[in-house]
Ligand binder design. Structure first.
Ligand SMILES: [Zn+2]
Length: 132
């Protein structure tokens, strides 16, 4: 199996879950404050809709919550290693900064994981049977 066929590749690169080719998000907008949450309507390659129904990404909040917990633990471990005595205000500032800094990545990866759970890979969109 080629690396491009793996869901891991597709999730990390926020590619279309069905063909792993089209982009879920417009290129170059990850760290654009007003645009990071914008999604392409459908896959430019196979036509898969990225928001099949309203409220589709409600459940992605739980994935996002998992990431936030991981960030929390990561910040805590890092601070404990760097600073002799970690104080609460220090912890809170470090958390707020890292959560905000990682927000676009967290947001996109959560949605990417969520849609990949429900939509299966059907091979490259160049295949005739994978056009919609
Ligand atoms: Zn596609």
């Amino acid at each position: 199996m080629a690396w491009k066929d793996s869901s891991f590749y597709s999730i990390l690169n926020t590619k279309c879950p069905r063909c792993h080719e089209g982009d879920m998000f417009p290129k170059g907008t990850l760290y654009n404050v007003s645009k990071f949450a914008e999604m392409n309507e459908k896959c430019s390659c196979c036509g898969q809709y990225f928001e099949p129904e309203t409220g589709y990404y409600y459940g992605a909040m739980f994935v996002s919550y998992g990431f936030s917990t991981a960030i929390f633990i990561g910040v805590w471990i890092l601070l404990s290693m760097l600073v002799e005595e970690v104080t609460l205000p220090m912890m809170i500032v470090a958390l707020i900064v890292s959560v905000i800094a990682l927000l676009p990545i967290n947001f996109r990866l959560s949605r990417s994981i969520w849609i990949h759970i429900f939509i299966r890979y059907k091979g490259p969109c160049t295949l005739e049977n994978n056009k919609s």
